[in-house]
Ligand binder design. Sequence first.
Ligand code: BES
Ligand code: MN
Ligand code: ZN
Length: 505
Amino acid sequence: MDVQVTGKALKELACDALVVGAIRSKTEQSTNGVILSQAAKEVDAVLGGLLTGICSGGEFQGSLGEMTTIYTMGKLTAKRVIVVGLGPQDALNAQTLRRASAIATRHLQQTGAHQVVLALFLDGMPVEEELAAQAQVEGALLGTYTFKKYLHSDDNGRGITKIWLVPAKASTTSLEQAMHKGSVLAEATNFARDLVNEPPNVLTPTELANRASAMAEQFGLECEILERTQMQELGMGGLLGVSQGSAEPPKFIILRYQSASKSSDKGMALVGKGITFDTGGISLKPAERMDEMKGDMAGAAAVIGAMQAIASLKPAVNVTALVSTTENMPSGTAYRPGDILRIMNGKTIEIVNTDAEGRLVLADALSYASKEGLSPIIDVATLTGAVVVALGNTSAGLFSNDTKLSDEIIAAGKVTGEKFWPMPMDAEYGEQVKSDIADIKQTGGRAAGSVTAAKILEHFVGDAKWAHLDIAGTSYVDSKKPYQEKGATGMAVRTLAELAMQMEK
Ligand code: BES
Ligand code: MN
Ligand code: ZN
C-alpha cells in the first residue's frame, strides 16, 4: 500500500472514497451534538448541507467507529464520502484516530475501494497533526491486514492500493516523516501477525529462524542461529529439555541492531518465547482450542517484528533480540514431571507440569542476555492462562524489577495504544515456587499464576533492569473485530519499537 501526502484540495482529489471525521460533543447543540471536521465541513458545503442534515436528523451521532456513506453523484471528484465517528470529544487521542481509520479502511476494502483519501484530523484535537497522520496510516495498514494465503481467492481483486492524506496546517515534510514512521510500525506489526497466523506445520522453529534471518538480511541486521550442539555447550537445559520430545530441532535466534552512534554500549535485550506449538507435552492440554497454541510464539514474533521496525527507524541505542524456539510435544523422548533441568545460569528447576514450558525456554534466553551484560532486558511471552483470567484480552500483564522501566513501558504503550497493567512482584510470591530438591519449583499452584511465573523468570536476569510482558490474552483475538481480522494482533511490536526510540533520549 502506497501512502502519500497530497497537495491537492479535497474537491479535486479523484479517488474511490474520501474519509472525513466527526466527533461527539457534550456542548455543541446545533448539529445534534456532532462536530464535523474541517474536511467534513468542506464536503457539507459542496453537497448543500447534506451532512449537517444527516447529523441533525439523528442518523449519525459520531460515536467511535460509526460510519455513514454518502454518494457524491459527481458533485465531488471522490466517488463516495465516508463520515466516520471519532467518539466523545473528551476521549480523543491517537488511538481513537487509529481505530476510526482502521474501521473505515477495513470497510472500504471490503466494499471494493482501491484509492482512498484520509482526512480524519480535526483542528483543536489534543493530538499533534503529525501523530494524527501516523495514527491514521497505522490504522489503515493494521485495519486492512488479512491472512488469506491458504484460501482459494474469492476476493475479486479487492484491496486498497493507495492512500492519500490531506494536510491541515503541518508541513508536507513533517507529515511525510510521520506517515513513514506509521507505515514502518504497522508493516512490522503485520509481519509479526503473519508469523503468528501461519499454521504450526509451516511455522516450525526452523522456519521461524529462516524468516527471522531473511528479515535480518533485508533490513541490515546481524543474525546468528544457534543449533542444538551450541545449546548443549552453553548449558541451555531449559530449551533443550522442552524440545527433547519433538522431532523438530530447536533454534536459538539472535538478532543484533548496532546503532551507528552508540558502538560501545551493550544496549538493551528483547527476549521472546517462541513455542511454535504448545501441546502441553506429557501434561497434555485438552483438545478444545488447542489449535490456538500455534500462537504460542507470539512473544518471539513481537520481538522479531520490533527488530524490523528498529532496523528501519534507526534509534541511537543498541538492541539485541534473543528468541528460544521449539515445539512442546509429548513423546517417548519428552521431558517429564519429576525431571530436574539445569538452566544456562546454573540454577536447577524441578518440573511439575510440562505445560509450564515457557518459563523454561525463557530462563535460558534471559540467562544469555544477562551474561552478555544487556540491560534493560524486556521479555515478551504468551506465558500464562492466569494473566487472561486476571486482565482478559484488553491489557497485557507487566512485571518488572524496576519502576522506572515499568513506567516507561506504560508510557510508550499510551503512544501506541497498547495497554500494559503493572502486576505485583512482592517477595512473598516467591515462596510459592520454592522446591525441596531443586533451586526452583517450576509452578506455584493456581493462586497468582501469572505472578509466580514472573517470579521464576526473575531468577535469571541477574543485575539487569528487567520487565516481562505476559501477552497470553492480548496476542490473539478469537473473533473478528470491526478494526481487525480474527487471529494475531501483533501485540507489543509497536510499543517495543517506540520504547527503543525513547531510550535514545
Ligand atoms: N502457552 C500457555 C499459556 C497460554 C494460555 C497462552 C492461553 C495463550 C492462551 C502456557 O505454556 C501454559 O500452558 N501455561 C500453563 C501454566 C501452568 C501449567 C502452570 C497455564 O497457564 O495453564
Ligand atoms: Mn504450555
Ligand atoms: Zn506455552
